[in-house]
Ligand binder design. Structure first.
Ligand code: HEM
Length: 249
């Protein structure tokens, strides 16, 4: 997954740097893991037995233990993505894709043009769903940190800072924000399917490989979509440090 040779060559153009792609698919995977550990699924019991049998952990973590473990990963990814939205490659930056209502309206009216050609990065309409997903994900994780369950046994890492009733309120918010996340994910996947199959714009492949044929991109973008390794390293250290601080606050 190197980004060196694939910025603006004649044939292919880089749309998403590798960290955006890793963020995306790791987020998808972790959301599935968190959703399935929120309920009682047998697969996690088997993972528990495997971990204990190999001596990696003295006691089984149980479903909620795994839920909290995956939350650490998701929190790390989210903090990294927010950092990357400010200091990252061009298509990852919020300033590049978050636009006002006028840009959204003009994008919607240009949707009739055929053949439809996507621009480089998020379009102004899709950007709204990206921001909504990131905001709801942040709400989901923040409320989880303070959640207290009914018997007070399986609670979030920061729940000791709130009383029982407040912790239960966070639990309700945590459940409701998951419903919102569920709806947003549904709309997101539906929108991706519309672009992919109705508008015949291959947007899934760039989220996997990073690149797309240059002639399938609207205009002649000259921006450099490259993940600077120094910035990635700073982001990783910063996000890891913040996760540690939050978990141990
Ligand atoms: C748990 C489910 C999912 C979540 C939470 C999610 C979240 C996101 C987020 C936050 C972005 C913005 C990426 C960034 O700028 O960093 C994004 C973009 C994208 N996602 Fe997903 N996603 C999910 C599932 C999927 C699936 C199943 C597919 C494909 C089959 C998909 C395809 C895409 C594509 C193609 C983009 C780029 C859209 C564009 O060209 O502007 N996503 N997704």
């Amino acid at each position: 997954m190197t980004d060196s040779a694939n910025t603006n060559t004649q044939s292919r153009i880089l749309v998403w740097d590798w960290t955006v792609r890793v963020f995306h698919w790791a987020t998808v995977l972790l959301i599935i893991c968190m959703w399935s550990t929120a309920d009682n699924h047998g697969i996690w019991k088997q993972l528990d037995q495997f971990v204990v049998a190999n001596g990696w952990d003295e006691y089984p973590r149980g479903n909620m233990g795994w839920h909290r473990t995956f939350a650490i990963g998701l929190l790390f990814l989210l903090i990294y993505r927010i950092y990357w939205g400010v200091f990252g490659s061009t298509t990852a930056r919020f300033s590049q894709f978050v636009k006002g209502p006028a840009a959204v309206r003009s994008y919607i009216s240009a949707l009739k043009e055929r053949p439809y050609k996507p621009g480089l990065g998020h379009n102004p309409l899709g950007a709204l769903s990206v921001i909504a997903l990131l905001v709801v994900l942040t709400t989901q994780l923040t409320t989880g940190l303070f959640t207290i369950d009914v018997d007070g046994l399986e609670s979030g890492p920061l729940s000791r800072h709130v009383d029982f009733d407040t912790g239960r309120l966070f639990a309700t918010l945590h459940e409701n924000s998951f419903r919102a996340l569920y709806i947003l994910i549904g709309l997101h996947v539906l929108a991706v399917a519309v672009y992919q199959f109705l508008l015949k714009a291959n947007i899934i492949q760039p989220m996997i490989t990073g690149g797309r044929p240059a002639d399938s991109v609207k205009g002649h973008p000259t921006d450099t979509v490259r993940a600077s390794l120094v910035r990635v390293a700073i982001g990783v250290v910063l996000s890891g440090g913040l996760v540690w601080l939050i978990w141990n606050a």
